[in-house]
Design a protein around this ligand. Sequence first.
Ligand SMILES: O=P(O)(O)O[C@H]1[C@H](OP(=O)(O)O)[C@@H](OP(=O)(O)O)[C@H](O)[C@@H](O)[C@H]1OP(=O)(O)O
Length: 482
Amino acid sequence: MSFAFTMYRRCVPKAAQILLISVTWFCSVGHTSITSDFPRLASYFGTKTRYEEINPFLLENPLLVNRKQDLLPNTCTPLQIVSVIRHGTRYPTHKQIKKMKKMHNLILQYGGGSDLVEDLRNWNMWYEDWMDGQLVQKGEQDMNNLALRLSSLFPSLFTAEKFKNCNMTFLTSSKHRCVDSTKAFISGLEQRFFGFPQGSIIGLDELICREPVVNDTLMRFFDHCEKFVVQVEDNDTAMHEVDKFKESPEMMKVLRRISALLNIPEDELNADLIQVAFFTCSFELAINNTENSPWCKLFDEEDGKVLEYLNDLKQYWKRGYGFAINSRSSCSLFQHIFQHLETAVAESKRSQKVSNPVVMQFGHAETLLPLLALMGLFKDEKPLTAENFSLQSERKFRSGRIVPYASNLVFVLYHCDLAETPEDEYQVQMLLNENLLPFPHSHQSVCVYDDLKKQYSHLLENCHVTEECKLLKVGHVSEDEL
Ligand SMILES: O=P(O)(O)O[C@H]1[C@H](OP(=O)(O)O)[C@@H](OP(=O)(O)O)[C@H](O)[C@@H](O)[C@H]1OP(=O)(O)O
């Protein structure tokens, strides 16, 4: 058995882990000078965070792939990748645009007395209702570049031949931003394989499978889960902790500061309007790359932390660990991923070609977060509540680190030639946003496929989404849901 393979055998021995950590540390430290000039607020935008905050070197070179050294050695061949990807950068939703207009009008009505207020008064409110969450041009680039980077990270999987032979699957949620993201991703692949320019409509007749396939049952499972819809989505009391934090001392402090800065009476403002002002700063940066928007000058770093927590509370209670049904509703997607892996392993054992080596599935933050929670990732010891903002300052559940725009969870299945036993031949790694993601049960970055199946047998065998989503009785969510 080779030294390299021994190092990675089973759930990677300690020495290799230290090596991996050192490589990761070196990479991130090596890039601190690039990030130092960026607005500090940009790391507090939660789900409105641009992808480059996670991998800052992409600001310099959006096609740079620097993770090759983290993957399994050459004695292991990638057989398949199965991914769940959030759409790229998008416009604000209609709901947020409405709030933006209200906030800007308040500044026009009351504001005065400082250069900052003057800048905000002169700011052009260019967001319009029709934009409603649609993918922006930067979002297309996000996807195009992601396709180029992933295909260069796994060149043996992303080949022109597999593409032409329809051995790649592209599933998407029905929302515009996801369909357009899928198309932009496919266009990135075409660019790689055939040299088409980005966004080109020139096609090859034989490329019948270049159209995304809409599958809301998988990518918008939350809409199809009655228990989730009734007990969480449509339940006014489910976001209790979020609503409470909107009235918290931390939030009130931010509100009072903004009220004084803008000369707007405190009772004209509320947490939603403060939050939308902060989001406007995020949209200006993510969509237009504007680093000096007057909206950003309203906030200091402490405000950023409070507003990030407000967003994280929503994600936690609506999509994360807050209620069990949030993650249980994603069982079918989880099982679907494993069905792909299982088929690939079976085909490989029969010495057949893997029929579906590339599976790309495009959805939302609300697709990815429940899935990650189902797998036990980013789980803090204590729940996120309105009262524990300070206690949670080092929390794992930071949506901006987990599900920024274009975030992606990738399962990579390998066949390893030098395995000691037949079971050890198949190994899995996970990447989140192109960085190795340790498995929660072992904290290791590689796992034998059979071990992984055992680890998640309770989800693979005992989670039946029709049962999980059945609404037994209408009413409040019980405490044991926590
Ligand atoms: O606060 P907004 O209106 O932007 O909320 C969006 C969701 O955005 P997010 O909370 O994740 O920042 C959006 O998720 P996305 O992944 O598609 O961006 C979600 O699909 C949409 O329904 C909005 O949720 P809402 O809170 O139900 O309005």
